[in-house]
Structure formats: C-alpha cells, structure tokens
Design a protein around this ligand. Structure first.
Ligand SMILES: [Zn+2]
Length: 277
C-alpha cells in the first residue's frame, strides 16, 4: 500500500480525506452523522475477521507513512469497507450461479433464501461506487527530522521491531468518489431501511411499556428521534421515520417470543412483502 496524502483539516473533495478516531464507536458515530446530513446510507461490504478487535498477527506488517503537517506512520491490523447501499450487488454472481445449478447443498440453500428475498423486493442496487474505508491501525509518531528516505526506512524498521509502541486508532478514509446513479438530497431517504436504534426502541416500547398501537408507536418514535438523533434527520428519511407497515412488522416481531430460526425466515418474508407494497 502506498503512502496516502492527508488532509486532517477540512473536507476537500479533490482528494481522499483521512480522519483518525480513538474508537470504532466514535468513527461510526461520525459516519452516521454524515449519513444523516447527506441523506446517504452505507452498509458493510467487507470486513476482516474480528474487525474492531484486530490483533497483531505477524511482525511483517507493512509500515505506511502519511505525510502532511504532522507526519506519522501506521500499521494496519484490519479493515472494513462500507459501501453505499445503492452499490454493487455482491450476491449477483451467486444468484446467477444458483440459476444455473439446482443442486441442493446447505450452502446453496442459503442463496435460495436470498433469491426469494430479492425476487419479492426490487433491488436497490445501482452500482454506485461511493464507499468509506475503515482501518484499525497502530499509529507511530516519528522522531523529528526523519525526512530523508534512509531516515524513513530506519523509522519503519524500528516500528516493525516493536509494534507494542503503537497507539490503537481507527482511521477512516473517505475516497474522493461521489455518489452516482441514484437520487440524492431530500428523496434519498425514501428507500432506506429502519435504523437499528429505532428498531431497538420499538422492541423496548413493546416489551417494557406494552405499546400495542401503531399510531401511538409512531408518535413515540418521532419523539425519540427528535430527542436522540443529531443532526435532525430529514422528515422523509425512512431510516428514522419508518412507514406504519415497517413499524407494525417490528412490533409483531417484538411481541413474539422464543422465535426459532424458521420463524425468523418467515418474518423476513413478511417484512419483504411489507416493504415491497
Ligand atoms: Zn451512492
């Protein structure tokens, strides 16, 4: 991996932007805030094993330099790629393979489930190239005056010899790639899935407070979002203002206890039929 240029100050869409956070929670909170401001949405496209709790696996990790006002070195222990929810359909190839072969293995059976889902719900995938890359890194500050190529090689070699001196951080790279092929702005929230915090709130209100009326639940959710979500999301963003049908689905799900996995599958099909109305 080549060293990347850094802009730690203001968002400049002419180049990739890198931000450093102390924890994965802080990084995700920042991304969520930006999603709300722009009405965009990202989903996890790829993640290395145990991302968020990555560990040093070898002493041969690559040491990367980041130049700028305050140059530093980092070693990446793991990464996660967030893709726009209108990005490429990673199951497309699998689905096509499934079409070709009807052999039933347990693995293919799971593709069959996905296929059912997509058959009922028109795909949101539009090949938007926008993404965000998170890296779990160890950061090392070079000694002052490490400017020549030889100095840099020496510094990198020192880093590799004792990785325990690194400080664990989450690096977030915003590539200089704009959203494409889908609506943006006010209407961009209409196809968004319910936010996990809102879904949890529905569950809580059903289980703990016994809320059983959809209109009442909707009022509770409006108040919950107003109090807890900053910046204020767009009123048309379904992530925070789900339709009554989606709310009813989550209420029913919370009311049912001791669901086994076949019930979950049944619920999924129900949700899909609700979403596709
Ligand atoms: Zn997009």
């Amino acid at each position: 991996m080549a060293s990347v240029s850094v802009n730690l100050h203001a968002r400049n869409r002419n180049e990739d932007e890198i931000l450093i956070f102390s924890s994965l929670g802080d990084a995700k909170a920042h991304i969520k805030k930006e999603e709300i401001e722009t009405n965009n949405r990202y989903i996890i496209g790829y993640s290395t094993k145990n991302f968020g709790n990555s560990v040093v696996t070898s002493s041969s990790h690559k040491v990367c330099w980041v130049h700028g006002v305050n140059p530093y070195m980092y070693v990446s222990l793991g990464h996660q790629v967030l893709k726009c929810h209108h990005g490429t359909d990673k199951n497309k190839k699998k689905k096509m393979e499934k079409e070709k072969t009807k052999t039933f293995s347990s693995e293919q059976h799971s593709y069959a489930k996905k296929k059912t889902r997509h058959a009922l719900q028109p795909s949101k995938k539009m090949d938007c190239p926008a993404s965000i890359i998170l890296k779990e890194v160890l950061i090392f500050t070079p000694e002052e005056g490490s400017s020549s190529e030889l100095d840099k090689k020496m510094a990198a070699s020192n880093v590799r010899s004792d990785l325990s001196k690194g400080i664990k951080k989450i690096m977030v790279v915003f590539p200089n790639v704009e959203h494409k092929y889908h609506t943006s702005g006010e209407n961009a929230g209409l196809l968004q899935r319910i936010d996990s915090d809102v879904a949890s709130k529905i569950k809580e209100l059903v289980v703990e407070d016994g809320v059983a009326n959809v209109e009442e639940m909707q009022r509770h959710l409006t108040s919950f979002v107003t109090k807890n979500v900053t910046p204020a999301p767009s009123k048309t963003n379904r992530r925070f203002a789900p339709t009554k049908k989606v709310i009813r689905y989550h209420m029913n799900k919370a009311a049912k206890k001791g669901c086994d996995s076949s019930d979950d599958q049944h619920n999924l099909v129900q949700l899909v039929s609700v979403l596709s109305v």
